[in-house]
Design a protein around this ligand. Structure first.
Ligand code: SAH
Length: 384
């Protein structure tokens, strides 16, 4: 089996610089591209990136990249790849829906079917199975992805399984949750550090607060879940366990954090509390039912992160206009606090009553959103 892999991490466009930095922080050299980051490594790298990346959604092995303009070239290209080094006899290997962009081969179901056929044929040959007799696929799963961009085929195996945004703590999510990896990425785009107070005044299911607490305590985001690669027979279970043990030893449960989430909706506050409890963080985060209009604090140098209702999703236009105006009025006195607000409303700054210091375009699922960034005035902290 293989020892070195070409790998990519993926997530929504706009976040690649963030998880590129996370990969470098793990001591792994990488190249950031559109929507993905490339790197190389061994099984330990696969385990570490799945366990530790907060902003990515998948880690995939690049099995091969080759040109193809005809189905014959596609078949031969896939057949030539070293599938025997990945897939044991009995492996299940579904091919995900193919993606073809600006290519001669554009019939996606056919690309998918031919890829399957070529892998089957290669394995039948390698394992000396008779052609025509289907391979048993009752073993561990290796999900294969095939895509063609400008006549160049990329074939990948997903190592992650259920997307990395699913940490395992969110039991209920309410109406308009932000994905966990998106929340973690946004927090890393702010100037929040674990020694600063953090408030999410529209906390919903509590995602920002929980992700912030996990960042603050250096808890590996994937600690409470498993990954597809862990079921693969050639993956050394002791090695994976040692990566998990190391993660456990790196967590700092004693750090003092000041994280609060509020929501107008009592039911959401209950959900947020339940999710924090599931993540083992109920003692760390304060959740309370409150209108954001009632937010006051004497603390300084804090950070507000908010993903308020957008017109499309939760409230009508007029209510949004009023809410954003009141948000602006409520936050304005908190001069030393920085504010980061994620919304799809292009007129946000007008309604809020102030122009952002910075704006960043992102996607929340398929919805185009902006992160409006307002930086607090710097105040030196009093020495205790
Ligand atoms: N980021 C959250 C989702 C936020 S959705 C998550 O991951 O789950 C927006 C939230 O704002 C909703 O839960 C809604 O109840 C809350 N909200 C709406 N108006 C509010 C107000 N005036 N004050 C506080 N919260 C409000």
């Amino acid at each position: 089996m293989k020892e070195k892999f070409n790998l990519i991490a993926t997530a929504a466009a706009g976040l690649e610089a963030v998880f590129g930095r996370e990969i470098r922080n793990l001591g792994i050299d990488c190249q950031v591209e559109n929507g993905k980051v490339r790197f190389t490594g061994d099984v330990k790298t696969i385990a570490e990136t799945n366990l530790w990346l907060r902003a990515a959604d998948r880690i995939k092995i690049v099995v091969g990249i080759f040109p193809a303009k005809t189905f014959e070239e596609l078949f031969q290209g896939v057949f030539a790849l070293d599938w025997e080094n990945y897939l044991p006899l009995g492996a299940a290997f579904p091919i995900s829906k193919a993606k073809c962009v600006k290519s001669k081969l554009h019939n996606e179901p056919s690309v998918q079917a031919i890829t399957k056929k070529a892998v089957v044929k290669k394995l039948q040959k390698h394992f000396h199975r008779p052609e025509g007799v289907p391979l048993m696929e009752n073993g561990p799963e290796f999900k294969i992805e095939v895509s063609i961009l400008k006549d160049v085929v990329t074939v990948l195996i997903d190592t992650t399984g259920t997307s990395l945004f699913k940490r395992g703590y969110r039991t209920e999510k309410g109406g308009a949750p932000i994905k966990e990896n998106m929340a973690a990425a946004l927090l890393q785009l702010t100037n929040w550090f674990p020694d600063k107070p953090l408030i999410d005044p529209t906390c919903g299911s509590g995602t920002f607060c929980i992700e912030a607490a996990m960042i603050g305590m250096n808890i590996a985001p994937g600690f409470n879940r498993s990954f597809a690669f862990e079921a693969w027979p050639w993956v050394d279970k002791d090695l994976v366990q040692s990566v998990r043990d190391e993660a456990e030893s790196k967590a700092n449960y004693d750090i003092e954090l000041d994280i609060m989430g509020c929501d107008i909706d009592a039911r959401m506050v209950e959900i947020a509390k339940k999710n924090a409890e599931e993540a083992g963080l109920s003692d760390v985060i304060t959740f309370k039912q409150m209108r954001l209009q009632d937010l006051h604090t004497d603390k300084i140098n804090g950070v507000i992160v908010s993903n308020p209702p957008y017109g499309e999703r939760l409230l009508d236009d007029n209510a949004i206009t009023v809410l954003y105006r009141e948000m602006g009025e409520t936050f304005a006195p908190l001069k030393t606090w920085s504010k980061f607000i994620l919304t799809s409303d292009e007129a946000f700054e007008t309604k809020y009553g102030s122009v952002a210091d910075k704006k960043r375009k992102l996607y929340n699922g398929t919805l185009k959103v902006d992160l409006y960034q307002y930086y607090g005035e710097r105040v030196r902290r009093q020495q205790a």
